[in-house]
Design a protein around this ligand. Sequence first.
Ligand SMILES: NC(=O)c1ccc[n+]([C@@H]2O[C@H](COP(=O)([O-])OP(=O)(O)OC[C@H]3O[C@@H](n4cnc5c(N)ncnc54)[C@H](OP(=O)(O)O)[C@@H]3O)[C@@H](O)[C@H]2O)c1
Length: 330
Amino acid sequence: MADHLAALVADYGRPEHVIRLAKRPRPAPEPGMVEIAVERAAINPSDLIPVTGAYSNRTVLPFVPGFEGVGTVSRVGAGVTGLKPGDRVLPLGTSGLWQTYLQRPAEWCFTVPNDLSIEQAATAYINPMTTLRLIAALKDHFGGSSGLAGRRIGVTAAGSAIGRMLLMALTSEGAEVTAIVRSEGAAARLPPLPGLQTRVTGQQPIGRDIVFDAVADAVGGDAGDGLLRDNLPAGGVFLQYGALSGRPIAQGAISARADVRFAFLWLRSFVHSAGRQALASALAQCFDGVREGTLASGIAATYPLSRLSEAIAHQNAPDRRGKVLIDPRC
Ligand SMILES: NC(=O)c1ccc[n+]([C@@H]2O[C@H](COP(=O)([O-])OP(=O)(O)OC[C@H]3O[C@@H](n4cnc5c(N)ncnc54)[C@H](OP(=O)(O)O)[C@@H]3O)[C@@H](O)[C@H]2O)c1
């Protein structure tokens, strides 16, 4: 049985300390399984968080990180009918993309249109689909498809990949959008969008002089607590989908605003409950948005898997611009 290369987490800790490269066996696919030769995988914040042990209740050691990537079917197990060697697929639903070959059940693999570049395909899932879920949640809250026009919406970490996608989607819906960023440099890099307001806050609360009907927050911590406490009227909505500060919104801050709808939005919950048809339809929307550019990510660099430590250092670099990708074939 041939070996292949994988990034392996055997202990929790800082990603740069605990993720090791290892040779792994490459067994033949079991019935119903598909083996994928991974061609590009993304590094997202959500890949590194489980490595720290943050979700140890639902993570089994050892594991291979990487929730997002694209590859070509290399072998199929008995009973697989919808996929064949050579098909380009996105495997969904679990980590494991940071290795040369990944096995997934066929029903969790989705074909990727050939017109998408490999970089587009490798970044077409996590952030685009999360953006679509956030927009759907906001529309639900405000009652239907025209509900976002004129709404005052704050977007934190607005320079992140999802932040930028949200700014584009929300301004195109006619919302009054405020991009909240931590530095003047981040503000300068925001896309020029009609009516977009910008606030630079450092890591501090934004101040009491601005009111939002809705906040999409990926930062949490003191800044997020402050937004929930001071900047939403009764009937507003606060969606938390990340904790880049290292701390989610405090329970006390949530309890103190019983008049605001507070919700966590996790893509994972949608992916594991939606069913294959809804996922295929959501992915089709993602592919369209990637093609149009509204759900596209910039690419900072691509590293061979053999240089994973450099890729992770780049991911953590303060001057990173765009997604860091891994090529697991070398
Ligand atoms: N809920 C879900 O299911 C889900 C799915 C996907 C992603 N997420 C979350 O969404 C967030 C963004 O992901 P992404 O892939 O879009 O990120 P990304 O493109 O890697 O961008 C992260 C950017 O956020 C900014 N940032 C980092 N720490 C910050 C802080 N403490 N305060 C303010 N800004 C900060 C930095 O930009 P500047 O240097 O320009 O300030 C950084 O480059 C992450 O928290 C991720 O975990 C959640």
